[in-house]
Design a protein around this ligand. Structure first.
Ligand code: NAG
Ligand code: NAG
Length: 190
């Protein structure tokens, strides 16, 4: 192995141990939602499926977007942890280039760099497909979320969104479903 391969392998092990999805190869540049209108996107979304990450470990997860100031969206992510604690984190999202409004950057901590939040596809009233990818040398770290305006989403809609993910190289067997059961999530769904 050459030094780059050694470093890549070590990185792969460290990050994989953290349950993030890391793959060889650089980030794809997928098509995003045309004429994305952030104002129609505001409000609450329920997480239906996601690629696992180490910052969202709970269930019943929701994301609520509201306008903070012109061009700046306030992000409130909430979840129910296994020990019954409701947890939330606040951040902000901005589109860096007004010509590409569906390519947002989200920051949760002033000290860490913002992450991409690309809306690949949304109809604003039913579903949204969000993709985030960061190059790590010759590897890439991927996040994805299938979101719904309701705690459930029709299976055929899920399959359509999954096929979009598959077409850009996301490994569908890595996707995990979020528990949005009405009883289990009653404290979160009100
Ligand atoms: C629940 O788990 C979280 C995360 O591990 C922890 O920060 C919190 O203190 C726990 N709360 C209780 C009541 O055990
Ligand atoms: C296909 C589908 O479920 N469409 C729904 C999208 O959301 C609107 C508004 O809530 C519904 O009227 C549609 O039936």
């Amino acid at each position: 192995m050459n030094p780059i391969q050694v470093i890549s392998s070590i990185l792969l092990l460290v990050l994989a141990a953290n349950s993030q999805v890391i793959q060889p190869g650089r980030c794809p540049v997928p098509a995003v939602q045309k004429k994305f209108d952030a104002s129609q996107y505001l409000g609450t979304w329920y997480e239906i499926q996601k690629l696992p990450n180490n910052f969202q470990l709970g269930e019943c997860s929701t994301a609520t977007y509201s306008l903070k100031s012109p061009g700046v969206v306030d992000v409130l992510n909430r979840e129910l942890l296994a020990n019954g604690t409701m947890s939330f984190i606040r951040g902000t999202a901005v589109a860096k280039d007004p010509a590409e409004p569906a390519k947002l950057l989200v920051s949760f901590f002033e000290t860490s760099p913002p992450s991409p939040y690309w809306v690949l596809s949304t109809d604003y009233t039913n579903y949204s497909l969000v993709y985030s990818c960061t190059d790590l040398g010759s590897l890439r770290m991927e996040f994805a979320w299938i979101l719904s305006r309701q705690p459930i989403l029709p299976e055929e809609t899920i399959e359509d969104l999954q096929s979009t993910l598959s077409s850009i190289g996301v490994l569908l067997d890595k996707l995990v479903s979020t528990n949005q059961d009405t009883d289990y999530c009653s404290a979160m769904h009100q």
